[in-house]
Design a protein. Structure first.
Lengths: 408, 136
């Protein structure tokens, strides 16, 4: 098992106090993870020693910057087992990856009457771009419902996923229920009706081994900042032949082969989709994050998270009148969204914060999921490689204290 | 450790809200949510013949801060003229709440005032507005 104390020493922010005398208990990694020192240093090193634009210079610095940035892409490709680094497109975040596919693939391929399928447990990033696309193309957006325990209602899949479906886009792991969806099965179902499959892996890539070739997904999206990397960088993976057939997303420098005043031709993958000077330091930082996680081993990361999530679910079940959303521990990732009767999530988060505990309160960018569950908002604790059982115990103590303040 | 934002009065009001409910005959009703958390507040207001607030009721869901603020605000505006309601300042409400709030929580506190003012300035539907312009 991972040595959690050794891991904690890698994260400078975990050495800080939340308030004087109150240690920080960071239980909000699902929103954005903390960064280990090697990631911070990799970006620092770039700015201090190799800062220059990429793909543009003949000079030494530009060459070093390009090597670091493109080397990171190769390691990221290996991390998700892409067949080719050219299939790994740098974007700003998972949200941009969905928008890129909607804008480029969607506008070129969808006709009125075509259908797209998502699920009712998606993050807004995997809902809104398709709604905009449906509006623009006359395509129809459908959704697969979930069961009361937060698992997808697979019995309804055959009615919803049909010959009309052109794209099935769904999350691998729900950021609220924590549900780990049967990704491979869903992708096969999509392919059987001739639809493309896109996976929202924002809550998967940071937490478990992901192999895009084994999944056989057509597109996959994730964000760097949830996996020990910096903000401002994310990845769109796409199969080469699909990406090659797609028109560009944004136009400008770096994405062209040749420009005349009459017209232009596009650069090869991945650069066709990467117009303008990119987030160079962030790409290098994400490469360092991938190195860090690879060194820990994603199997180990996943095993540790299962252990700590099990522990947390059991500890939270001891709190009276606390309802945890989502399926049993065996089928979930490291998030626990909950409600406490008589105590609003905002008040929970505020009272926990006074004890140095950072959780999230609200709808977590999944308003449909909450509406369908009949609640406005939830409190959510999320766990990562540095979460200790003592921290989970503190969470429970603090929740009980909050209840007392509210005379519950 | 500072738990002062949950002083006794706030918790009291959360447990036993004032003016909670709906008015049968309101001169205007307005409802809005806080997109950050999805909480909703609705306020119904009835004016008397002198354009003063004769009765007011609020409903909705929310955190202790937004709920206590709604109680305090509705209590405060009873008997005030329409003009006084329109010019009711947010600092007055924050003073009534009487605890120091973070930026995010100020939004919770001010939701009811936003709803009240939107109603008082005539954001509701035109049907409601006509009643509001020519109160019988
Ligand atoms: C499941 C899921 N999808 C997509 C996103 C969007 O990530 P980002 O805001 O980094 O684009 C998130 C982040 O909250 C998420 O949890």
């Amino acid at each position: 098992m991972l040595d959690v104390n050794k891991i904690r020493a890698d994260f400078p922010i975990l050495q800080d106090e939340a308030y004087p005398g109150v240690p920080l208990v960071y239980l909000d990694s699902a929103a954005s993870s903390q960064k280990p020192l090697p990631v911070i240093e990799a970006m620092n090193h770039y700015y201090r020693h190799t800062n220059a634009n990429v793909h543009r210079g003949i000079h030494r610095l530009s060459e070093e910057a390009t090597n670091a940035y493109e080397g990171a892409r190769e390691r990221i490709a290996r991390f998700i087992n892409a067949a080719d680094a050219a299939e790994v497109i740098y974007v700003r975040n998972a949200t941009e990856a969905f928008n890129l596919v909607a804008y480029s693939w969607g506008r070129a391929n969808l006709q009125p009457g075509d259908e797209m399928l998502i699920t009712a447990m998606e993050h807004h990033a995997n809902i809104v771009p398709w709604q905009i696309l449906a509006e623009q193309t006359g395509a129809v957006l459908r959704h697969l419902p979930f069961l009361p325990d937060g698992r997808l209602d697979l019995a309804q899949l055959p009615q919803l996923l049909t010959e009309k479906t052109r794209l099935f886009s769904f999350t691998a792991v729900s950021n609220v229920f924590g549900t780990v969806n049967p990704v491979k099965q869903l992708i096969e179902a999509a392919h059987q009706v001739g639809a493309l499959a896109m996976v929202d892996a924002a809550q998967a890539v940071p937490h478990m081994p992901v192999d895009v070739q084994a999944w056989n997904c057509d597109f996959l999206a994730f964000s760097g900042h949830k996996m020990c990397g910096p903000t401002g960088i994310g990845i769109l993976y796409g199969k080469r032949h699909i990406l090659e057939a797609m028109p560009p997303f944004m136009g400008g420098g770096d994405m062209i082969r040749r420009v005349t005043l009459e017209g232009s031709t596009w650069a090869d993958l991945p650069h066709k989709f990467e117009a303008g000077t990119p987030a160079i330091a962030a790409g290098i930082g994400l490469g360092a994050a991938v190195d860090y996680l690879t060194h820990l081993g994603m199997e180990n990361v996943h095993a540790y998270e299962q252990y700590i999530t099990n522990y947390a679910l059991e500890a939270l079940s001891e709190v009276d009148n606390l309802q945890i959303l989502g399926p049993s521990a065996a089928q979930r990732g490291g998030v626990a969204a909950f409600t406490i009767q008589g105590l609003h999530p905002h008040d929970i988060a505020e009272l926990l914060d006074k004890d140095g505990i950072a959780i999230r309160a609200g709808h977590h960018c999944a308003m449909p999921l909450h509406q369908l569950s009949g609640i406005n908002s939830t409190a959510r604790a999320s766990f990562y490689i540095h979460t200790t059982t003592e921290e989970v115990d503190k969470l429970v103590i603090s929740l009980n204290r909050a209840k007392k303040i509210f005379r519950l | 450790m500072d738990e002062s934002i949950y002083r006794e009065q706030i918790i009291d009001l959360y447990e036993h809200p004032l003016n909670r409910g709906h008015l049968e005959t309101a001169d205007w009703s307005y409802e809005e949510d806080n997109p950050l958390c999805g909480d909703v507040i609705r306020i119904d207001v009835k004016l008397d013949e002198n354009q003063r607030v004769a009765d007011v009721a609020w409903s909705g869901e929310g955190c202790a801060i937004s709920q206590a603020a709604a109680s305090l605000l509705t209590e405060e505006i009873k008997g005030k003229t329409l003009e006084e309601v329109r010019s009711f300042d947010k600092d007055e409400l924050l003073e009534l709440i009487g605890v120091k709030l973070s930026m995010a929580r100020v939004k919770c506190a001010l939701l009811s005032l936003k709803v009240l003012k939107a109603g008082a300035y005539g954001m509701p539907d035109p049907e409601e507005m006509r009643k509001f312009d020519n109160p019988q």
